[in-house]
Design a binder for this molecule. Structure first.
Ligand SMILES: NC(=O)c1ccc[n+]([C@@H]2O[C@H](COP(=O)([O-])OP(=O)(O)OC[C@H]3O[C@@H](n4cnc5c(N)ncnc54)[C@H](O)[C@@H]3O)[C@@H](O)[C@H]2O)c1
Ligand SMILES: [Zn+2]
Ligand SMILES: [Zn+2]
Length: 389
């Protein structure tokens, strides 16, 4: 089959690779009808996540048709149309039973490296390093889905691939980011990053009752899209974000702040962002947490900082003094996608949201390498890429 494979920094190829096979009784094989490129894939593309191997198959936002099921899989049958969560979860362990699917303690077959780095391992993920299981990803014609009787959700009649594909990752992620904020009537939610995750967080914050959303980025078409969703937008290259948020909130700060940027914050945003870049480049630091610092400062006393942008290691100069003295709550996670799927499928079905509004580019797997570049460079108005194998 054809698949997009990783070969190092800025080197993604469309290659022929062996077809996946059923390996365990609960597996299924999916013929991929649509997959997407995620902001998290850019961390691999930029070579900043450890333990990718040459030839690894990329992709963790995938849907398609079941073409084969293992002998112990009683939930799926050939012909089912499903969306596959990016988190691989057994459904039976301590964490899965409590709904913390992205903390599954069984789905990473070699948790030793993650334990060394993070203390414990989270769940295995599709197409996301050997630290997190070394599973082949779904930017391919076919995908092997382990524990396929837990993760995939069947798509009801009448919904297109474009409407449901983002249930695999960015819609639940943006929704979780807003859900973490415990939104009350009258609340103002500030959101850093108007990429796909930020856009989903903006819509979700309004769905969950926010009165105002302040959205921060610098890319004009991303700010324009945020505005179309009803957000007040701020360009961080043009305004002092702290001052503007204070002006907009009577000097108090936002009720909750969402970091939907993560470790690859734009180094030109400020002096501390530039310093982070230098530290990472000289192996003096692991991450670039400028947005997290700013989100903490812009959050009102006893507010919530919700972190869904991904960080990898040990973050420098986080203003914990500000956080503890002002009673902030921190919430963060790799999304336990399965937990949110039924609620969000309902919200799509009853017309509250159509997540396809973010798609700007569609192509084939062969177009994949070029579209990675277009997405990274935010060229040609690119906000979200969908590939149709
Ligand atoms: N927690 C999870 O489960 C989960 C799931 C999916 C994605 N993510 C993470 O969410 C983050 C965003 O993903 P995405 O797909 O939207 O990526 P993206 O790269 O398309 O979007 C990031 C946006 O942040 C903006 N930005 C950069 N520096 C900024 C700054 N200083 N202030 C404000 N905005 C700034 C960029 O211009 C860009 O529009 C990534 O880190 C990704 O890994 C996490
Ligand atoms: Zn993702
Ligand atoms: Zn589990």
């Amino acid at each position: 089959m054809k698949a997009l494979t990783w070969h190092g920094k800025h080197d993604i190829r469309c290659e022929s690779v062996p077809d996946p096979q059923i390996e365990e009784g609960r597996d299924a094989i999916i013929k991929v009808t649509a997959c997407a490129i995620c902001g998290s894939d850019l961390h691999l593309y930029n070579g900043i996540m450890p333990d990718m191997h040459s030839g690894d198959i990329m992709g963790h936002e995938t849907m398609g048709e079941v073409v084969e099921v293992g002998k112990d899989n009683k939930k799926l049958k050939v012909g089912d149309r499903v969306v596959v969560p990016f988190t691989i979860s057994c459904g039976e362990c301590f964490f899965c039973k409590r709904g913390f699917f992205s903390g599954c303690e069984r789905s990473n077959p070699d948790p030793s490296k993650a334990k060394k780095l993070w203390g414990s391992s989270p769940a295995g993920l599709f197409g996301y390093t050997h630290l997190l299981g070394g599973y082949s990803g779904g930017q391919a014609e076919y995908l092997r889905v382990p524990y396929a009787d837990v993760g995939p959700i069947k798509v009801p009649e009448g919904l297109t691939d474009e409407q449901v594909l983002f249930l695999s990752d960015i819609f639940p992620t943006g929704y979780m980011a807003a859900d973490f904020c415990n939104i009350q009537p009258g609340d103002t939610i500030a959101i850093w990053g108007c990429g796909p995750v930020g856009q989903m967080a903006i819509k979700s914050a309004f769905i969950l009752g926010a009165e105002r959303v302040i959205a921060i980025d610098t890319v004009p078409e991303r700010l324009a899209l945020a505005e179309r969703s009803g957000a007040i937008t701020l360009d961080y290259m043009d305004k002092d974000i702290y001052d503007r948020i204070m002006e907009l909130t009577n000097g108090r700060g936002a009720d909750a702040c969402i970091d939907a940027v993560g470790t690859e914050s734009d180094p030109s945003a400020s002096w501390d962002a530039r310093l982070d870049r230098i530290k990472v480049a000289t192996f003096m630091g692991t991450d670039r947490p400028h947005v997290l610092r700013q989100a903490i400062h812009c959050c009102r006393n006893f507010g919530t900082v919700s972190i869904v942008g991904v960080y990898g290691g040990f973050l420098d100069k986080i203003p914990m003094g500000s956080a503890i003295n002002r009673g902030l709550t921190f919430k963060m996670a790799q999304t336990p996608v399965q937990h949110y799927l039924p609620i969000l499928m309902d919200r799509i079905q009853n017309g509250e949201i159509d997540p396809s509004f973010i798609i700007t580019h569609t192509g084939s797997l062969e177009d994949g390498p070029d579209l990675y570049k277009t997405f990274l460079e935010k060229k040609d108005g690119c906000i979200k890429v969908v590939l149709k194998p």
